[in-house]
Design a protein around this ligand. Structure first.
Ligand code: UFG
Length: 330
């Protein structure tokens, strides 16, 4: 079976491609390398450099390759950046989705697995969050992904392109051998920044706000290992191939960790001190995001392998110690 991964050079995309190759799939990657890394792509995948907003480029790829299903991981995904530059997010994410679906329709491709996000919920009405709960994003990033979900729904109704949207909570960790991992420029995510401090590349860890409505005042998030996310996509493709209807699933561990708890866990895993300071709140951060992921477990048969935060941080630390400056070290 041939699978096209849009955004396959990115953090989650590169782990997805690696897992697909190891499972015996024929893999095609499209990526414009705006945030991804060519070195992150498993060399057994066929790589086309280009932008999903470019219809000619996509049509050309679909004419050269016989693709059975598309995994769409090609989006900008930084909450703070989206607050500063919403049009960048709506342009890249929403237009990219429209163009991809147009090209899939022309090529007759019927299955799409989409990387959605917990940011679609905004400040949730209850914890843990169920798929059906109110969706009221508090940042343009989450809004762009919610619009993308709506577009897929109507496209399915009209043209029968079936989709699974996977709402990730906080993706973290790396392939266990440390050969691929998270490398963003600039890095804004909690765990890689904590590990930068642990590695002595940054003096102190700024905690953005300690006056949230949470037990220790810092934001609570639900961390899920990147390889467990990859597994869920493979299960979602199988679900669609069996003729099941389009569907939406949360992907999280169902356990919340505060920012302070993550820093403590990183101290334990790395054996480093990790100095911290309290900084002002960052815009667009909901108090708490924790998933109920029962639906993915029951319907898709998803069984996350990394079920504790120490083991997730350990894999990110292995990547960090092997590649202190990310892919630049290769
Ligand atoms: N944080 C700090 N200091 C830092 C960096 C982050 O205190 O230097 C805090 C943030 O304020 C937040 C928490 O760490 O409270 C997690 O922040 P991240 O940037 O790591 O992750 P987000 O929760 O903002 O967003 C991530 C993904 C989104 C996804 C979201 C869903 O980047 O794509 O999880 O939960 F939508």
């Amino acid at each position: 079976m041939a699978v096209l991964v849009a955004g396959g050079a990115g953090y989650i995309g590169s782990h997805m491609v690696d897992r697909l190759i190891n499972d015996g799939y024929d893999v095609v990657v499209v990526d414009n390398l705006s945030t991804g890394h060519r070195q992150a792509i498993n060399p057994k995948a066929r790589f086309y450099e280009g932008d999903t907003r470019d219809s000619d480029f996509l049509d050309d790829v679909f004419s050269k390759e016989k693709i059975d299903a598309v995994i769409h991981m090609d989006a900008f995904s930084l909450v703070p950046e989206s607050m500063k530059d919403p049009l960048k997010y709506f342009d890249n994410n929403v237009i990219g989705m429209i163009k991809l679906l147009e090209s899939m329709k022309k090529a007759g491709i019927k299955y799409l697995v989409f990387s959605s996000t917990a940011a679609t919920y905004g400040n949730p009405e209850r914890i843990p969050i169920y798929e059906k709960d109110r969706k009221d994003p508090i940042n343009p990033y989450g809004e762009s992904k919610l619009i993308m979900e709506h577009i897929m729904k109507w496209v399915d109704e009209a043209y029968g392109i079936k989709f699974v949207a996977l709402r990730y909570f906080n993706a973290a960790g790396a392939k266990e051998d440390g050969s691929i991992g998270e490398d963003h420029h600039p890095e804004t995510h909690l765990i890689p920044i904590v590990l930068k401090v642990a590695a002595g590349q940054q003096d102190t860890m700024k905690i953005f706000g300690d006056d949230y409505d949470t037990p220790d005042g810092t934001n609570v998030r639900d961390y899920v290992h990147v390889l467990d996310l990859a597994d869920a996509h493979i299960l979602a493709m199988k679900y669609l191939e069996k003729g099941n209807p389009s569907n939406i699933f949360n992907l999280g561990s169902s356990t919340g960790f505060s920012n302070k708890q993550i820093i403590d866990a990183a101290r334990k895993v790395t054996g480093k001190k990790i100095p911290t300071e309290i900084a002002p709140r960052r815009g667009g951060d909901p108090d708490t995001l924790v998933a109920n992921s029962d639906k993915a477990r029951e319907v898709l048969g998803w069984k996350p392998q990394f079920d504790n935060i120490d083991s997730i941080i350990k894999t990110a630390w292995t990547w960090k110690t092997k590649h202190p400056n990310g892919y630049e070290d290769k």
